[in-house]
Design a protein around this ligand. Structure first.
Ligand code: PMP
Length: 368
């Protein structure tokens, strides 16, 4: 049977594209070894805490057993770190899984889901998977002084209709790197009806250094419709292990717990995440070095006349004011991998992860 003849639960699936990082990275790693500079996936070049390898080694003999389906130990560690109850936390196979699961739990074909024009790509995919009507709210203009291409929270609140079950925001957002401050989020949450779930995707929250931009975790106690998603992939440098978590009201978390796969976070990932969480010094170092290298790289790029969008993440959106596919190809010739943005409708831009100083220098040397 052909793809077109398949009877899909949600016809919107047909228009989606399978995830494609643009290059065969495992093959490139074999080919180039250490010479490959991977700045395309917002990973942390500094690597994970050394405690992670120890924890994995200790857990390895037991991998013949299923993992703890409740993830109780990691949840307890997160609960005490974040100052919430363990019953307010759901674990996921990356936060991507949780973003999908939330849509599955709360949206269906008779509802709508609101997100921003340049909001994280998974928001649209999660919406399509449920058959819900996507409401893409135009982003702030590219010339906006504070958050160019960022979320227009006022317009997003206004776009909510009676059938809107879910609103996704990312703070900071990928791929724009933009953020919104506490006052803007407070006003937004106050404007959203209490029966609409607000997902605040904080995959990059640990990188934020701007004052007045704090986590939406502070809203969860008073707003049972607010759910915060976080990840160990970025600032804890565990992207390959796939661990994320959602924090929300006990009622919302109880719903996620009913539909999630029983063993969605594997045994090695559970102990690794807990070890990474316990090494606050390493996490601080990643945050501080990333902030310093981000500012250095942005200054170098700006000195070449390139427009860098303001970022509070571990990547920078850069506008080359020309067909960025040409720049990307040139960088690739020098074994430097970055992420094209044509799929987001930003064909003159590339998204470049903040790596080590040596990686940034390789990038700068390779730029035409
Ligand atoms: N949210 C945002 C904004 C992201 O950029 C990413 C990763 N690219 C994720 C969520 C998902 O990350 P993970 O599944 O690795 O936790």
């Amino acid at each position: 049977m052909s793809f077109d003849a398949l009877k899909l639960a949600n016809p919107a699936t047909r228009a989606l594209r399978a995830y494609d990082p643009g290059h065969d990275l495992p093959a490139l790693r074999l080919e180039y070894g250490e010479r490959l500079v991977e700045l395309g996936s917002n990973e942390t070049s500094l690597g994970a805490s050394p405690r992670v390898a120890e924890a994995i080694a200790a857990a390895l003999p037991d991998v013949y057993r299923y993992p703890d389906p409740k993830g109780a130990s990691l949840k307890a560690a997160l609960a005490s770190t974040l100052g919430v109850g363990a019953e307010q936390i759901a674990l996921g196979n990356g936060s991507h899984e949780l973003l999908m699961l939330i849509a599955q739990c709360f949206a269906d074909a008779s509802t709508s889901v609101v997100f921003s024009q340049y909001g994280f790509a998974v928001f649209a995919i999660a919406t399509a998977a449920t058959g819900a009507r996507p409401v893409r709210v135009p982003a702030l203009p590219a010339g906006h002084p504070r958050a160019p291409l960022g979320h227009d929270l006022v317009a997003m609140a206004a776009a909510i209709e009676a059938d809107t079950r879910l609103v996704y925001v990312a703070n900071p957002n990928n791929p724009t790197g933009t953020w919104f401050d506490d006052a803007a989020l407070d006003a937004f949450v106050a404007a959203v009806p209490p029966e609409t779930i607000v997902v605040v995707d904080e995959a990059y929250a640990e990188y934020v250094t701007k004052p007045g931009v704090s986590s939406a975790l502070r809203l969860v106690a008073d707003h049972p419709n607010v759910v915060v998603t976080r990840t160990f992939s970025k600032a804890y440098a565990l992207a390959g292990l796939r661990v994320g978590y959602a924090v929300g009201s006990p009622a919302v978390i109880a719903v996620l717990e009913r539909l999630r796969e029983s063993f969605n976070v594997n045994a090695l990932a559970l102990v690794a995440a807990q070890a990474a969480l316990g090494d606050a010094g390493h996490a601080r170092k990643i945050r501080d070095v990333t902030a310093q290298e981000r500012e250095w790289l942005a200054a170098q790029l700006a000195a070449r006349g390139l427009r860098c969008f303001p970022s509070q993440t571990n990547f920078i959106l850069v506008d080359f004011a020309t067909d960025a596919a040409v720049i990307e190809a040139k960088l690739f010739e020098h074994a430097v991998v970055v992420r094209p943005m044509a799929g987001y409708g930003l064909p003159t831009c590339l998204r470049i992860s903040v790596g080590t100083r040596a990686e940034s220098e390789r990038l700068l040397e390779a730029l035409p």
